[in-house]
Design a protein around this ligand. Structure first.
Ligand SMILES: [Zn+2]
Length: 379
């Protein structure tokens, strides 16, 4: 047993913790290397062309928002052949003890969601949330490589991502510790094995009630944002205030951009606010249920449309992150308005188009950030 202090990125509050961990032998394969743009594009491709058709690929049923937002569950087909009970695949490994078995077709789309049920439907839902956002990120990296084929920093980030996700698949706990929090971390056991891990905590808003961060896709996508940034840019996983604030902003913007890929969410969002994204809404509110239960707010854990100003990198990283995440929210809102008013594109389509474009650009900036680290501010 090894006891040591390690760095971790949380949903909110504290950033370090003392861990008890037992070392064990590595249970996954070693890194694959890809050289040349063609090799990188091929390795990043999340679509297995042989996974289409009868009894192939996998169907997953998942939440796209927490229980307080009235949105239908999403049923999605993933063209990959390596999804096993849990659910797990080569990059994402379900780490709770009780694993969910698939149907005879190998699917995980038949579960019914019930408040408090985190052993079956919710573990599949978290897998779906993680798979969706990981696939988007890989697609975006591919687009960025196509746009900047000879950019060494872009290639470096893509190689890092492939190396990290193949040598250190993400172990995720759906019903993790009892804590008003969730976190992502990477660490090395005393036998030298390196791990990446996501722990989705649960908490008791009242004596008789439990809430699960696993049931709040905003939280899953926030933590997934840390995991994706860390895979592509492991150098940013540090206790530097700038890196920390950047990481936290990435978590929140990753939740926003992933949600916007769901058409049902875009349509409901536009319906709810009559087209004005600066009205109170479930996109700008991060983790509504957590905000209400833990902080007593109606605007979630963080409000992405609050115009927080930069006053230097003093303060807690989750507070500092709101400057950058808020700026990205404003850019999305402005681009969406322009796409409608200037180009005459209908609201839901306009929002989907600008979110797709800006998300790819946002991934591109990930490959650049740090170059101007010393002089950079969020101002
Ligand atoms: Zn975080």
């Amino acid at each position: 047993m090894l006891k040591k202090t390690i760095f971790k990125t949380t949903l909110w509050a504290s950033a370090t913790a003392v861990f008890m961990l037992t070392s064990s032998a590595s249970c996954y394969a070693s890194a694959s290397s890809a050289s040349g743009s063609g090799g990188l594009l091929e390795s990043l491709n999340p679509v297995e062309t042989t996974a289409f058709g009868k009894k192939k690929g996998v169907k997953i049923k998942m939440r796209v928002q927490g229980p307080s937002v009235d949105l239908p569950y999403e049923e999605q087909f993933f063209p990959r052949g390596d999804v096993t009970e849990g659910s797990s695949d080569s990059q994402l490994i379900y780490a709770d003890r009780k694993r969910v078995a698939s149907s005879d077709n190998g699917d995980f789309s038949f579960y019914s969601f019930r408040r408090g049920s985190v052993r079956t439907a919710d573990s599949v839902s978290v897998y779906g949330n993680l798979r969706v956002t990981s696939d988007l990120f890989q697609n975006d990296l591919r687009d960025v490589i196509r746009l900047h084929p000879s950019d060494a920093k872009v290639r470096r980030a893509a190689i890092n991502y492939l190396d990290s996700t193949s040598t250190m698949p993400l172990f995720y706990f759906v019903k993790g510790e009892e804590m008003e929090n969730a976190y992502y971390t990477r660490f090395q056991a005393d036998d030298g094995t390196r791990y990446r891990m996501m722990d989705l905590g649960w908490y008791r808003p009242t004596v008789t009630r439990r809430e699960y961060t696993a049931q709040q896709p905003d939280i899953v996508w926030h933590e997934a944002g840390h995991a994706l940034v860390d895979a592509a840019r492991p150098d940013l996983f540090s206790d530097s205030p700038k890196a920390g604030a950047y990481h936290e902003a990435w978590g929140d913007t990753n939740a926003m951009f992933t949600l916007l890929t769901h058409e049902s969410a875009r349509k409901k969002l536009i319906f709810d606010v009559r087209g004005d994204l600066h009205q109170p809404n479930f996109l700008r509110s991060m983790a509504e249920e957590f905000g209400k239960s833990v902080l007593g707010t109606n605007t979630g854990l963080r409000d992405l449309d609050e115009d927080v100003k930069d006053n230097g990198f003093v303060g807690e990283v989750h507070d500092k992150s709101r400057v950058l995440a808020g700026a990205v929210y404003d850019i999305v809102a402005k681009a969406y308005e322009d796409q409608m008013r200037v180009n005459g594109v209908l609201p839901s389509k306009a929002l989907g188009e600008v979110a797709d474009y800006l998300r790819t650009q946002w991934v591109y900036t990930l490959t650049l950030v740090g170059v101007l680290w010393k002089t950079m501010s969020f101002g």
